[in-house]
Each structure stands twice: as structure tokens, then as C-alpha cells.
Design a binder for this molecule. Structure first.
Ligand code: HEC
Length: 175
């Protein structure tokens, strides 16, 4: 005997709901993958060292202090559940083309209002992050041009001075 039409209708509804749920899950997964920071450095491509000016880094420092430091720390040290933007951060982004970092900052940060900063602010924040992580400023500005950013990579940690140890008296965090 065929199921009563009302059951068939409900089964149909449930199926539709599942499909929608699957679609949403897939969408969330792709979006997350697209925005997630790289866990593995990609194969090295011919790349130029990033260049930026001290003025850019100074301006980036101002934006950072007002928009990012509340979570990532005044000294980029991070906090509970907030990743640092030095040390491990450099290891994670080393040899990654700068357009990827730019895209991440542009689309995912600041966490409470992603994508609200003007492009030049995001560029200058990157200049600040580069300087804070050991790259010297120069005369050529960091370009606000994704194609040119794609030709530059974040400098690898071995090209940088060692990260300062935590100040004495500050016990390492245990979870
Ligand atoms: C409200 C808190 C908050 C603010 C404000 C914020 N962030 Fe973040 N940021 C986070 C969290 C949490 C993560 C980790 C997100 C994840 O792993 O999905 C993160 C991740 C990042 C990462 C990737 C770190 C890594 O190791 O790959 C960068 C880069 C970053 N933020 C830059 C910024 C910049 C630049 C600003 C200011 C424009 C900013 N964030 C503002 C909370 C914040």
C-alpha cells in the first residue's frame, strides 16, 4: 500500500530540508576554506621581497592600535583565543604571497566588522605587520595592487631575528 499522501508530503519536505542543510554546510565549508589562513606554505614561486615605506607602517600602526589591538594585543602578542600576529603567525604565513594575506585581512578582519576598512588602510596594516616582524622599510611603497602583491611573499622566519621570549613572571598558558 502506498503511504498516505500526508506522509509522502512530509517525507518530501524533510528531504528538501536535508538538501538545503547540505547545501548550506557545503557553502560554509567552502567559505571557511577560502578565508582560512594557509596551514601549509605553497610551493615557492619567483617572488620579490616585499617593499614598503616607514610612512605606510606608521599609518598602519595607528589603524592597528584603533581597530586590531583590542584583540591581537598592543604588541601583536595575541590573547586567549586571539591569535598573535608575530611568532607563530610568521611561521604560518612565511612564503605565502602577500595578496593572500591582503585578501584575508580584507575579507575576514576586523572580526566584528569584516571588510569595513578602506583598501589603503589594509595595505598600511600589512606594512606595519611586516615591519613588526623584522622586515626593514624602504623607499618603494607596498602597492595596493593584488597582482603585484601576488609577486611578493611574507618573509620566512629564518630570515628574521628570533622572537623575544615571554617576559619573566609570565607563566606559559595551559589549557
Ligand atoms: C574582535 C577581535 C578581533 C579584531 C578586532 C581583529 N581580529 Fe584578527 N583575528 C581574530 C580572531 C579570533 C582570529 C582567528 C580567526 C580564525 O582562526 O578563524 C583572527 C585572525 C587574524 C589573522 C590571521 C592570523 C593567523 O595566524 O593566520 C590576521 C592576519 C588578523 N586576524 C588580522 C587582523 C587585523 C589586521 C585586524 C584589524 C584590522 C584584526 N585582525 C582585528 C580576532 C580579531
Amino acid at each position: 500500500m502506498a503511504p498516505h499522501p500526508i506522509f509522502a508530503k512530509q517525507a518530501q519536505k524533510a528531504k528538501g530540508f536535508c538538501t538545503a542543510l547540505l547545501a548550506i554546510t557545503a557553502l560554509v565549508a567552502t567559505t571557511h576554506a577560502a578565508l582560512a589562513a594557509p596551514r601549509h606554505a605553497p610551493a615557492p614561486a619567483p617572488a620579490t621581497a616585499p617593499s614598503f615605506t616607514a610612512e605606510q607602517a606608521d599609518h598602519g600602526a595607528q589603524i592597528y592600535a584603533g581597530t586590531c589591538a583590542m584583540c591581537h594585543g598592543a604588541a601583536l602578542e595575541g590573547a586567549h583565543d586571539m591569535p598573535p600576529l608575530r611568532g607563530l603567525f610568521v611561521a604560518r604565513w612565511a612564503n605565502t604571497p602577500l595578496n593572500k594575506l591582503y585578501a584575508y585581512i580584507t575579507h575576514a578582519m576586523p572580526l566584528m566588522a569584516p571588510g569595513t576598512l578602506p583598501p589603503q588602510d589594509n595595505i598600511d596594516i600589512m606594512a606595519f605587520l611586516l615591519r613588526e616582524n623584522g622586515t626593514e622599510p624602504g623607499h618603494t611603497p607596498l602597492p595596493a595592487d593584488e597582482n603585484r602583491l601576488a609577486q611578493m611573499v611574507f618573509p620566512a622566519p629564518n630570515a628574521l631575528p628570533p622572537v623575544k621570549a615571554a617576559p619573566p613572571g609570565k607563566a606559559p598558558r595551559t589549557r
